[in-house]
Ligand binder design. Sequence first.
Ligand code: URP
Ligand code: ZN
Ligand code: ZN
Length: 464
Amino acid sequence: MSLLIKNGRIVTAVDDYFADIFVEGETISVIGKNLDMPADQLIDAAGRLVIPGGIDPHTHMDMPFGGTVSADDFETGTRAAACGGTTTIIDFAIQTKGKSTFEALDSWHAKAEGKAAIDYGFHMIITDMPEERIPEMTKLASEGITSYKLFMAYPGVLYTDDGTIFRAMRKAGQDGTVICMHAENGIVIDEIIKEALREGKTDPKWHGLTRPTRMEAEGVHRAISIAEVAGVPVYIVHLSSSDALDQVSMARQRGVPAFAETCPQYLFLDESYYFQEGFEGAKYVMTPALREKWNQDKLWRGLRFGDLQSIATDHCPFCFKDQKHLGLHDFTKIPNGGPGVENRMSLVYNGGVVGGRISVNKFVDLTSTAAAKTFGLFPKKGTVAVGSDADLVIFDPERKETISINNPHMHHMNVDYSLYEGFEVQGVAETVISRGKVVVEKNNYIGKKGDGKFLKRGLYGGLK
Ligand code: URP
Ligand code: ZN
Ligand code: ZN
């Protein structure tokens, strides 16, 4: 199969020019002016941007968590991702404490294979790492699992102590892989939560009020310090606050390879969402919690000036009626997480480019290229270049849509609410191509489950 995309404005993290793209099979084979080779399929991209498919390096499909399982599986979640202009996700396999990481990997392969609509990779969540298990990490890297997530939060569930963190970091650094960190002091936060519960404070707003930004900053500082001594690049996931960002900035000024992502929820939502009537605030229970609004400007500055490198979603949806209600009488029982994989590209384009906060090249970098470089996918993914996978989005920069569960163009996620209900966005993915195959055509999903393939990722790509 071949595909010719004509008249588009090609935008990468560094380029911005008008040209045609010829795709042969799964790969971009020619980029040039006025191409006229015969092709099986022709797309006119006049008036549209042609950008690399979005890469969301932080999703949780089919994830057992908080006494339930995230509402999107690899079929529904990746279909929604595609509809929103994302052509690659990196999800998380979870090691069961005391068991082999390969057991976890097999189980996550089984969840995704034959179901995913777009390409996917896995980080490995390490929940323990005794000496005898350490060699597994080198084997994982050879299987394309070249990044790990560790948790300083959720004691008794996913939490690991500093010794385990150091051991895993040491080995990850020796292997040329990267550590992702959920950086919050979960031990102290649990004490604050116990105090709140003793005082009968059980409604959703207490989720936010028991997780101070200082405890996120402390986690970030500790994670970076341990990583520096262990000799491994560290990537802070879902960074939410100015206090935490300061720690990343200071480390980077010292020349430490510390990186971080933030998420749309921290750029567009704030703690006031917890103070709504009734149980509504439960929709926004996620960790880290939503912050005071002034933090948003600081995060945008971090993105603009390079101390924050990526925007991921931390997509971890739970239905309001059937799942969030598990915590109706106790906020600690509300499953943590929210939906967003479908909304990221439009939200960031609208808030960033249309809002005058970032350039269109930076938009591509934050939503695709930087993640490809950090997580061993570049230049196969994350750019528009001869030889790269033809993961392309024909993006309409003018079109306006309202994000709503009632707008069939904008909601394919398997969840009964949207974090961004009623938000109007300018900039929408119109046609989406995954390895040369059109999977979304003029906003209609035409792909099929199983189109997506597992990505064996390379070693840490040296993002500076
Ligand atoms: O609330 C969240 N973020 N849920 C998903 C798990 C995690 O910590 O990333
Ligand atoms: Zn996390
Ligand atoms: Zn997460």
